[in-house]
Every structure is written in C-alpha cells, then in structure tokens.
Design a protein around this ligand. Structure first.
Ligand code: AMP
Length: 374
C-alpha cells in the first residue's frame, strides 16, 4: 500500500511517501515558507500540496496513493488510537485547538488541503498523545484544584507517543518478546525530548505534560522549572509572549550554551557546554531512577531519536549516573556507529541498555494502512 505521510505545520509541510508492503521510503521532502510569497513560498497549504504532488510524481512511477496519514499533535482525552478522518473528526481535532494552538490548526489545514485535492482519498489521523492515554490518574493529574481540569482540560497528556509506541515494538522484538511483555524506560532525545515509563507495553508515565515544555532539558526548552519563576518574571514586566519565547525557544541547551543543536554543544567543548550536558544528563538520570520505581523494575533502558541514536557521549554521561541501579555501559559497543537496533550495555548490567532508531513516518504509514484496512 502506498501511503503519503504528512506532517503539516503552520508554515511548512513535511512529507514522505512510503510503501507499507516493502517498508520502503519512496520520496520525502519539505515545502517551507507557506504563506510567505514575498520569499517565493506557496500562498497556502493548498498550493504547498500542489508542489508535493509534483515532487512525488516520478517516485510514484504511475502508481496511485492509497491513503494519507497525518501526524496530529493533540488528540486530547478522546483519541487513544489512529482514526479514519471525516468531518466530525476534523471538528473534534479543532475543538482541541486551545490545547495545541500552534499545531492542531496547522494539522487541520493539511487535512483540508488533501480533501480538496483528492476528495475520495482515505485520510487517517495519528495522534502524538494517543499512546499516553493509558496513564493512570496519579500520573496524569496535577495537584491543583479539580476545576482547572474540568474547565480547561489542564492535566498531563504527554507527546512523542507515535515514536514511543514504535520503539516499544522494536525494542521488544530485539529482546525476543511481544510488545505487551515489554517493561522498560524509553528516552526519546531529539530537539524535543521526553522519557516514558512503559509497563507491559503501555505508557504509564511520561515527562512531557500539559504541553511539551515539561520534563527534560531540550534543545530550546527549559523542561521542569519552578512555575513561580513565571510569576516572578510577570511581576518584573515580562509579557506572555516573552515568557513563551523564553521557555520554549531560548532555554534548554540554547539558553545554557548559545547552541540548541547537540552536535554544536559537543563540538564547542567549553565549560558552558560541559555544564549544560551535566544538567541535561543529570535530569534524565533522575527521571530514569523515578521510572524504574514507577514500572516496578525496568527490564530495559532504550535510547532513541537524534541524540539518543547518535550521541555516544551523551548516552555515556547518562548511563554513568545509573550505577545505583546496577546498569553499566559497554564502551566499545556504545561508541559503534550503526543504524540498527542494538544493545550497548555490558554483560554485568542489571538490565540491557538499547539503542533503537525511531521512525515516526513508518509508524504513521503502518497505522494508516491498518486503519484503512489494505
Ligand atoms: P531529532 O529532533 O530527532 O532530529 O534530533 C536532533 C538532535 O540530534 C540535534 O540536537 C542534533 O544535534 C542531534 N544529533 C544528530 N546527530 C548527532 C550526532 N552524530 N552526534 C550528536 N548529536 C547528534
């Protein structure tokens, strides 16, 4: 089955054309500067899609697209699985706009553009929050008055779910078990980063919360801070927009070092970078310790995404902090470069440490094929 995977942002449209039979990636790309005609961008998502159609035409080799799968950021409390899109589903995604004001409206623009161009095309929404619908209440509820939950939906949702689910399956396969038997901790460390506690194949806790800001130190996000800092800064005259920029775009590795990209931080090799890496690895190690307790004893620790898959230095920093759990790294295995799922722990480690490459587009394509039933 040929699936076009779409990740639609407000000013960009990322796409991949996948053959779910062979698992092959037939084409991929990004159309940027949507709405920025002055700089040669397409006028809107509709025009961006025309460009995508042109770009993938030769890769299709006369074949047709069977279905389109969309990455949708927020599925709220309703969506725990991928769904076939119809008008009611579009409205439901739009009702969640207040919870993801930048993402959900842009995702819907992508859905509408497809519906307009190919009215009969089956479309599937795959939600970033869905895998975390299994969180128990003691993990998802904040200790604030219940009204805030009832009135505004203020609770923890978690993100990167498509990646965590995919990596759960692949890690389980590497360990020779079913996904439903997998109990462990998965650290998705990309530009955005979060860590999830998986028990018997289900997410029972995750470090991102009401928004992707909570949790780990990320490329440009602070992760956990004392919320009173916001109140303090408000009183100091910061605006809502400034606070948003500060915590989402100017903090994390960037705030600590000037670089948001892990490669630049590692290459700079300066004291600020060293401090930032210590803060980030310490934070993650604390979560791993906590989640080891949460799952009742992890049977594996898994690293994935850009940093998790590629930075042996960062993996080493994190695992070196886990001596109290009896977890140890094998230096040679950890330093090997590879695109395959692999084990990097030493023989005497209490449980295996794995590196498992994620592939959110493959997961979306497979989920789409499953929902459409081809
Ligand atoms: P992602 O969001 O999953 O694409 O991950 C992006 C992050 O992965 C950035 O911080 C990159 O610097 C980091 N990354 C990618 N390749 C490497 C590498 N070889 N060594 C260290 N960090 C890397």
């Amino acid at each position: 089955m040929i699936v076009l995977v779409i990740n639609s942002g407000s000013s960009s449209l990322k796409y991949q054309l996948r053959d779910t039979g062979s698992g092959e990636r037939l084409a991929e790309g990004i159309v940027e500067r949507i709405g920025d005609r002055a700089h040669g961008g397409p006028a809107d998502h509709q025009e961006a899609l025309e460009q995508v159609a042109k770009n993938i035409d030769s890769a299709l080799e006369g074949k047709t697209i069977d279905a389109v799968g969309h990455r949708v950021v927020h599925g709220g409390e309703r969506f725990s699985e991928p769904v076939l899109i119809n008008n009611e589903i579009i409205r439901a995604i739009e009702r969640l706009n207040p919870l993801a004001p930048l993402h959900n409206p842009a995702n819907v623009q992508g859905i509408r553009a497809i519906a307009e161009k190919w009215p009969d095309m089956p479309q599937v929404a795959v939600f970033d929050t869905a895998f975390h619908r299994s969180l128990p209440e003691h993990a998802w509820r904040y200790a604030v008055p219940g009204d805030l939950y009832k009135k505004f939906g203020i609770r923890r949702y978690g993100f990167h779910g498509t990646s965590f689910e995919y990596v759960t399956q692949r890690a389980a396969a590497l360990l020779g078990m079913q996904a439903a038997q997998f109990t462990g901790i998965i650290a998705h460390l990309g530009n955005g980063a979060s860590v999830t506690a998986v028990q018997n194949g289900r997410s029972i806790d995750t470090s991102m919360g009401f928004t992707p800001l909570e949790g780990l130190v990320m490329g440009t996000r602070s992760g956990d801070i004392d919320p009173s800092i916001l109140l303090f800064l408000l009183r100091e005259g910061y605006s809502e927009h400034q606070l948003d920029q500060l915590l989402n775009r100017e903090s994390g590795l960037r705030g600590l070092t000037g670089h948001n990209d892990m490669r630049s931080v590692e290459e700079a090799d300066d004291p600020a970078g060293e401090t930032a890496l210590e803060i980030a690895s310490y934070r993650l190690a604390k979560y791993i310790g906590g989640y080891h307790v949460a799952v009742g004893g992890a049977q594996a620790l898994v690293f994935t995404a850009g940093i998790g898959e590629n930075s042996w230095r960062f993996r080493e920093r994190v695992v070196k902090r886990l001596g109290a759990l009896g977890v140890f790294i094998d230096d040679a295995e950890n330093r090997k470069k590879s695109d395959s799922p692999r084990e990097i722990s030493s023989e005497d480690s209490a449980f295996p440490v794995l590196v498992v490459p994620t592939d959110e587009e493959a997961a979306i394509a497979e989920a789409t094929a499953a929902v459409v039933g081809l």
